[in-house]
Write a protein that binds this ligand. Structure first.
Ligand SMILES: [Zn+2]
Length: 297
């Protein structure tokens, strides 16, 4: 039963997550340490490595808000969850003392021992953390970025059993969204089918399901797989409920890639009677997901 204790301790981290605000910094540090443990046999990481790699993870997958926590925040504060230790004592949040002399962080000995004994526990914790923080379009990207194999994480039977009990999803929501948008991408109009069934068309939440986004018709769009991913990564967003915006953080050189720029300012392709996304969900996406500033019109 020890492994259950370790899973619970690593997946019930104290973090500010009220009101649907994203706070992925501690989970991303734990995921990074799990990747380090899997690769090297030890979760121990010098601050210089954490500063680089967690900094990159937070830039890519963290909240886009200005003033979001830096790597020093989880590196020092994860200690208070009783799962993480540093090789010398430093105050919380301060970069100066971290840089003054070498310092490493690692899981506590009991957690480290259990994770070494049980790769399945590593996968179970990784899956629970990544599914708690990100939509399924992004979860595999996060796992690859921390050095964990998404196939092993998602196919592990222990991981399947350990997933945090999420709110029940509405089984019909995806079908209803795709139908309401004429089985076509609300951004580009892609409407391919294979043997008569839509292919590459997905129902996308505007406000992520795991951050309070309801399975309502005004919290979803039918999008092609590419545009679903770009919406969830914050490369594309909505200026208002009916208008697409593209982020200045997105860049492409090829003609196909640059076609994304042409979506900027485009009206959503709603059929008569289809609900546009609710302003409250559009505002959440703009604040918590959309990266940087919109392109100039
Ligand atoms: Zn599309």
């Amino acid at each position: 039963m020890a492994s259950i204790g370790v899973s619970e301790r690593l997946t019930s981290l104290r973090q500010y997550q009220g009101d649907g605000k994203r706070a992925p910094h501690k989970p991303l540090l734990v995921l990074l340490a799990l990747g380090q443990l899997t690769a090297s046999g030890s979760s121990s990481m010098p601050w210089s490595l954490v500063e680089d790699r967690l900094g990159a993870l937070l830039a890519e997958f963290g909240s886009p808000k200005r003033g979001a926590p830096t790597p020093a925040y989880p590196f020092t504060r994860l200690r208070s969850d009783g799962v993480w230790q540093l090789t010398r004592d430093v105050p919380n949040d301060n970069v100066g003392p971290l840089n003054s002399e070498p310092i490493e962080g690692h899981f506590t000995a009991d957690i480290e021992d259990e994770l070494r004994r049980s790769p399945d526990t590593v996968y179970a914790v990784a899956r629970a953390l990544v599914e708690g923080q990100f939509p399924l379009t992004i979860a595999p990207d996060v796992l690859v970025a921390v050095g964990l194999d998404p196939d092993l994480v998602f196919l592990s039977p222990t991981a399947a059993a350990a997933v945090i009990a999420l709110r029940k999803r509405d089984a019909n929501w995806r079908r209803q969204i795709v139908a309401a948008w004429d089985r076509s991408c609300a951004f580009c109009g892609y409407d391919g089918s294979l043997g008569g069934a839509p292919v590459g068309i997905e129902a996308a939440h505007i406000r992520w399901f795991n951050f309070g986004g309801p399975d309502d018709l005004d919290n979803g769009l039918a999008l092609c797989s590419l545009h679903h991913k770009l919406l969830d990564r914050g490369a594309i967003g909505l200026l208002d409920p009916g208008t697409v915006v593209v982020s200045t953080s997105f860049s492409a050189v090829s003609e196909v890639g640059r076609a994304i720029y042409e979506l900027h300012g485009r009206e959503l392709r709603a059929r008569p009677g289809t609900a546009l996304p609710a302003p409250v969900h559009v505002a959440w996406h703009r604040q918590e997901v959309f990266k940087g500033d919109p392109l100039a019109v």
